[in-house]
Write a protein that binds this ligand. Structure first.
Ligand code: HAM
Length: 424
């Protein structure tokens, strides 16, 4: 066996304790925010049958064609995939457990997703999303509410550099008409298409509109517009979403080229973008997927959702000057001598009974070196126990930010500690 130090897989990151403080803080903010809109948590497996993603996301998408971590279960030969996103799994779970039987559902999940992309800043192979799905709602109210929700979160997080891009993809019939016109148009311009576009010409012509190839931009700009094919119902829906956003002061830009990289969308689609993260500027994206439930074998029901990339959001927060939150420790217990060690154990447990966060010094060492550790821990107080104190069941409390040391009996320590901590 090689002695080489083992490394994490490229594009799959460790989140070390200092940074994890930020994640914990963020997760708490997000939990409160979701609860304030009545969304409830759902947790799905990280691994699903490959067929689920093929059917939901679409065979001719970057995700399904090139980015999925798929493998054969060596025990039974099943084709499995590490989830590249959460919507397909969430819908599968809702259908499997008949959650839509009597009532629509507002659900959210969070956790790792896996895509075999080329890693760069803001783009990873294991990344984390918070996903939000409202199932059983026809909109446009829920569409607008989800977008307003995002705006509220950005405000709560203190993010100002994010803008909203909005589009409608219309309904299936309009998209079929548009697709036929697009194919005809691209066939007329065959000489201008790159290899990727030629490959997608008949399988997924809409995605050609998403191409970043500068040589194709003018031709794409002049391509037939979906907007021209939309029927009255889809246009009314889109207008109503915009009206609610405007009424609530949420600015947006209509971007007719916003088509999204997953095939399940119809009508409202949106992305929140920032220019502060370079090429990976989309921090949150989603839309309506009224056809998906039926497409994966359930009874038809309308739905709308979005997901945000946690890594991107946290980088954005830090770039906006947000400091890493500090761990919150109330008391660090310093002790020396056998009698003192016994009392230190008792004291630490007693303080935890009071709801305090306590580090009991372990591993010995001089008072001086223990005090250094107490300082580095960020604790508000050091509780110091030497043989003197232990002999009379007392503790010396020392505020770490300065202030007089006071000696108190272990029995009455709760009130004194609470007072000292509140003064901090
Ligand atoms: P998505 O646009 O593929 O949509 O991903 C949503 C967000 O996840 C992106 O805007 C981005 O912030 C983050 N993200 C995606 N790929 C990566 C990556 N490789 N590294 C870091 N962050 C990434 C969906 O996944 C849909 N399921 C959203 C949805 C929910 N639509 C309806 N409901």
């Amino acid at each position: 066996m090689s002695n080489e130090t083992l490394q994490a897989i490229r594009g799959m990151n460790d989140i070390l304790p200092d940074e994890a403080e930020l994640w914990l803080w963020f997760e708490e903010v997000v939990r409160d925010w979701l609860a304030s809109y009545g969304y409830r948590n759902i947790r799905m497996p990280l691994v699903e049958p490959t067929g689920l993603f093929k059917r939901a996301i679409g065979e001719v998408t970057d995700i399904v064609e090139k980015e999925m971590y798929s493998f054969e279960d060596s025990l039974n030969g099943d084709q499995l995939t590490l989830r590249p996103e959460g919507t397909a799994s969430c819908v599968r779970a809702v259908l499997q457990h008949n959650l839509l039987y009597n009532a629509p559902q507002r659900l959210y999940y969070s956790g790792p997703m896996f895509r075999h992309e080329r890693p760069q800043k803001g783009r990873y192979r294991q990344f984390h999303q918070v996903g939000v799905e409202a199932l059983g709602f026809t909109g446009p109210d829920i569409d607008a509410e989800q977008i307003l929700m995002c705006a509220r979160l950005w405000k709560k997080l203190g993010l100002s550099d994010v803008t909203l891009q909005l589009n409608t993809l219309g309904d299936a019939e309009a998209r079929l008409r548009h697709r036929a016109k697009l194919i005809a148009y691209f066939e007329q311009n065959l000489a201008l298409l790159d290899a990727e576009a030629v490959r997608r010409l008949h399988s997924n012509p809409l995605r050609i509109l998403d191409s970043k190839n500068p040589a194709m931009q003018a031709m794409i700009e002049a391509a037939p517009k979906l907007m021209a094919e939309l029927d009255e119902a889809a246009l009314t829906h889109f207008a109503a979403v915009q009206a609610i956003l405007t009424q609530h002061g949420v600015a947006f830009e209509i971007n007719p080229r916003l088509v999204r990289g997953l095939d399940y969308y119809n009508r409202t689609v949106f992305e929140w973008v920032t220019t502060r993260l370079g090429a990976q500027g989309t921090i949150c994206a989603g839309g309506r997927y009224d056809g998906l439930l039926e497409q994966i074998g359930g009874k038809a029901a309308p739905a709308m959702g979005f997901a945000m990339g946690i890594e991107r959001l946290l980088v954005l927060l830090q770039e906006a000057g947000m400091p890493l939150p500090k761990p919150k420790i109330d008391v660090y217990v310093v002790h020396q001598g056998e009698l003192a060690a016994n009392l230190a154990f008792v004291l630490a447990e007693q303080l935890r009974d009071l709801g305090l966060r306590v580090i009991l010094h372990c591993g010995g060492g001089s008072f001086k070196s223990q005090m250094k550790k107490a300082d580095a821990s960020g604790a508000k107080l050091a509780a110091v126990i030497g043989d003197d104190e232990a002999a009379v069941n007392e503790v010396s409390l020392k505020p770490m930010q300065g202030g007089a040391q006071i000696r108190v009996s272990v029995q009455n320590i709760g009130a004194t500690i609470n007072k000292l901590i509140k003064q901090e």
